[in-house]
Design a binder for this molecule. Structure first.
Ligand SMILES: Nc1ncnc2c1ncn2[C@@H]1O[C@H](COP(=O)(O)OP(=O)(O)O)[C@@H](O)[C@H]1O
Ligand SMILES: [Mg+2]
Length: 297
């Protein structure tokens, strides 16, 4: 199964591109799962259909399912999936009560981290031809991947430490599950997520607008992502102005043309989308916008 993700700072068009691509591919006959991990999602508004944290079939589109993984729902799901395990491991060498789970669940990064886990679960289970992932604004998403990497290396430390304490832990955790086995399992989950993101079936697309600051930010994001072994497949330069009737906009259009050349010199696959004069929302607007995104993946 393929995964397509859109990255870039807030307001550049990630949600519009994600929803439009997902809508277009579903009209072309694919079964598409569209997910947003934006903590303040706008996907329901763009699709004009109410979404929850479980995928639901979106009315009016052929094969489109979508979900908004909201932070609070995700924290509850985390407690269900990992809360008990974290308690088991921690309580095997710390004097903690069960409310420790709530404490950990609210720790910074847990929800972000778990969203990646949920995404990976959808990917692993299959059932769709393609998953389209609308990511939150840039810095947050990159930080979230770093957390994933750090988590992974902390697990190595935890295991080394565990081996030192193994004899002791075996005496006190008799009859319970082996904490080492749980830590090993978390480690393989973290690795699975990084493998998914750096695999050939992940098609990562950066979205930017044709202005200098966006250009510089986008270069930085590419470096950060590629530094983590995640390749950027294409760049969308969105909201380009050209041939405007008014002088003021024409001066903007000149700037856009110049910055677009810089983008083209720095990226291999550049897709240009004009500043449009309709709202890219609902079935009609999204499918119209899809003309700009055909054959992008
Ligand atoms: N090519 C375009 N021309 C005009 N408006 C656009 C274009 N692409 C997106 N927009 C508008 O820009 C705003 C921000 O887009 P959005 O997709 O929500 O960005 P992001 O998800 O990156 O924050 C929305 O109101 C959207 O309708
Ligand atoms: Mg958005």
């Amino acid at each position: 199964m393929r995964l397509v993700s859109f990255w870039g700072k807030g307001g550049v068009g990630k949600t519009t591109c994600s929803a439009s691509l997902a809508a277009g591919l579903s009209e072309d006959g694919m079964d598409v799962l569209l997910l947003t991990t934006d903590p303040t999602p706008t996907l329901s508004d763009v699709l004009d259909f109410p979404l929850g944290s479980e995928p639901s079939k979106v009315n009016g589109f052929r094969g489109l399912w979508a979900a908004e993984l909201s932070e609070s729902a995700v924290i509850e799901m985390w407690k269900e999936r990992f809360g008990g395990e974290v308690y088991e491991v921690a309580s095997s060498f710390l004097p903690v009560e069960r409310d420790f789970i709530d404490y950990v669940a609210r720790a910074p990064g847990i929800a972000d981290q778990f969203m990646l886990y949920l995404l990976h679960e959808f990917w692993r289970k299959g059932g769709y031809d393609i998953i389209v992932w609308d990511t939150p604004a840039s810095s947050g998403s990159v930080r979230l991947l770093r957390i994933e990497e750090e988590f992974y290396s902390h697990m190595n430390d935890a295991i080394r430490m565990y081996l030192k304490l193994k004899g002791f832990l075996e005496r006190i955790s008799r009859g319970r599950r082996d904490p080492l086995a749980l830590i090993e399992e978390w480690r393989s989950i973290a690795r699975g997520i990084m493998d998914m993101l750096s695999s050939d079936s992940h098609h990562l697309i950066l979205v930017a607008i044709p202005e200098k600051i966006s250009y510089l930010l986008t270069l930085r994001m590419r470096d950060e992502l590629e530094g983590m072994g995640i390749k950027v497949r294409a760049l969308v330069v969105n909201r380009l102005l050209r041939d405007c009737k008014c002088d003021k906009l024409n001066r903007m259009a000149e700037i856009h043309a110049r910055v677009l050349e810089e983008f083209k010199a720095s990226f291999n696959h550049v897709r240009v989308i004009e500043n449009i004069d309709y709202e890219p929302v609902g079935r009609e607007g999204l499918l119209r916008f899809y003309d700009y995104l055909r054959e992008l993946v």
